[in-house]
Design a protein around this ligand. Structure first.
Ligand code: 0X9
Ligand code: ZN
Length: 430
């Protein structure tokens, strides 16, 4: 089996339940294949046993994170040892992490938290439900109405399959001048909760100002579009029912739900490259490119607004990577050196606060090949030059279940990285 189709069979069952599914005793293993043969064998095993690979670096001799239910554990461990790969239990009890994730984080002096609406506080230190996020966005719009140097306006660019709004907040100087623009989205994958939290933090800094005073410069140079939750149905489902849900929630028949929106964008769309034609798979690519309402909403919006769009950044987790196209092939875009240099400016600024290290490179070469990603389409389909997928914290200690006390440092460093990146684009454009 080739590396390009390894992610093709990450199966997840669908649960219908009043209480969230529990993950007591569920493990994440770290498996280290020593050569290509061992890697291939591990991947065959993953196919056979329907394992969920959380992180899959492209090369052997770099470990992979694999989620295993308790019933399968003994069998998986025996098989991996027979293959000769190293294996260790990396996360011992997933439920414990899920419980710890909820621990409230301490408020930090770095973040002035404005009051909203009827004096309600939207803190940027917790993971919020979709309804609360919508209220926050509406409150930001109201707040900027009495500000003279910044304007925020909200549009609904489409509706999800369960009829939730997909919203974009435009933040600009509001002086009637139009500037080059940058589009930032989050929440394509439901379980990556740090992603919407990061985009919301960016909005907050841009509108209310930030400790480094980047916001005025960033608003002088660009108009900003923020779409914090592109997959609202999946996001809610990951809160109410199944913490590790990835896809949207479209019904597919066979009691299986969801398309992986990041396999559904229409540039070199191909379910055989890192996606799947199996409707139950966690990386199901959809019936065809742009079969999903959520991806179509982004397509329509970007095609209508791409005239002067300089950058597209889509925030995901986890792995600490700043990735550029292509995801569908190991070949690189002609201008990859421009993308590489700008990403390195971002990651080096990001690391200055806490020393957090990010890997920069093309997504196929750093991670794995997967066609149908929004980043590939933004560049190849909408012609946005600086197109990236940013994989936020961490490198696997908590994976998708990043504790709330890491939200703030993650967002602070990411804001610094974003600002340095964006300012460098402007400098280079002269
Ligand atoms: O597999 C993905 O969709 C992304 N990783 S994640 O763990 N957040 O699911 C990486 C996408 C990289 N870009 C493309 N393959 N086009
Ligand atoms: Zn993702």
């Amino acid at each position: 089996m080739s590396i390009s189709i390894i992610a093709a069979s990450l199966f997840v069952c669908t649960f219908v339940s009043a209480d969230p599914i529990r993950f007591d005793g569920h493990k994440v293993l770290q498996i280290l294949p020593h050569n290509v043969e061992q890697l291939e064998q591990v991947l065959q095993l993953h196919d056979l046993l329907d394992l969920d690979i959380w992180r899959l670096p492209r090369k052997n001799n770099i470990s992979m994170d694999v989620y295993v239910e308790p019933e399968k554990l003994d069998h998986v461990l025996t098989e991996i040892k027979a293959i000769g790969a190293d294996v260790k239990i990396w996360i011992d009890d997933l439920q414990k992490l899920i419980d710890e994730e909820k621990q409230p984080a301490k408020r930090s002096f770095h973040l002035p938290i404005p009051l909203h609406g009827k004096n309600a506080v939207f803190d940027h230190l917790s993971y919020h439900r979709f309804a609360t996020i919508k209220q926050y966005l509406a409150d930001v719009v109201t707040a900027t109405q009495s500000m003279s140097t910044v304007n925020a306006s909200l549009s609904t660019i489409g509706y999800s399959s369960e009829a939730n709004e997909i919203q974009v907040l435009k933040v600009s100087r509001g002086d009637g001048q139009s500037r080059p623009s940058i589009f930032i989205d989050g929440g394509i994958h439901a379980r990556e909760w740090i992603s919407p939290a990061t985009v919301l933090y960016f909005i907050n800094q841009m509108v209310y100002g930030d400790e480094f005073d980047y916001a005025p410069q960033l608003l002088d140079k660009f108009d900003w579009y923020f779409a914090p939750v592109l997959n609202p149905d999946g996001y809610e489902y990951s809160h109410t029912t199944y913490r590790l849900w990835r896809k949207n929630r479209v019904p597919n028949g066979r009691n299986c739900y969801g398309t992986d929106l990041n396999r559904n964008f229409g540039y070199q769309w191909n379910p055989n490259v890192g996606g799947s034609t199996n409707v139950c798979s966690d990386v199901y690519s959809g019936t065809n490119a742009f079969s999903e309402k959520e991806s179509t909403a982004v397509q329509t919006f970007l095609l209508n607004n791409n005239q002067n769009m300089v950058a597209y950044l889509t925030y995901h987790s986890y792995g600490q990577m700043w990735l550029y196209p292509w995801g569908y092939t190991s070949a690189l875009p002609d201008d990859w050196q421009d993308l590489d240099a700008a990403a390195k400016i971002g990651t080096s600024a990001l690391s200055e606060l806490y020393g957090t290290q990010y890997t920069v490179g093309s997504s196929t070469n750093v991670l794995y090949s997967a066609a149908g990603g929004s980043d590939d389409w933004a560049k190849g389909g909408a012609g946005v030059k600086y197109s990236y997928t940013i994989e936020l914290r961490d490198t696997g200690a908590h994976g998708f279940v990043l504790p709330q006390n890491q939200i703030e440092p993650n967002c602070r460093e990411s804001w610094r990285g974003l600002a340095a990146f964006a300012m460098s684009l402007n400098a280079r454009k002269g």
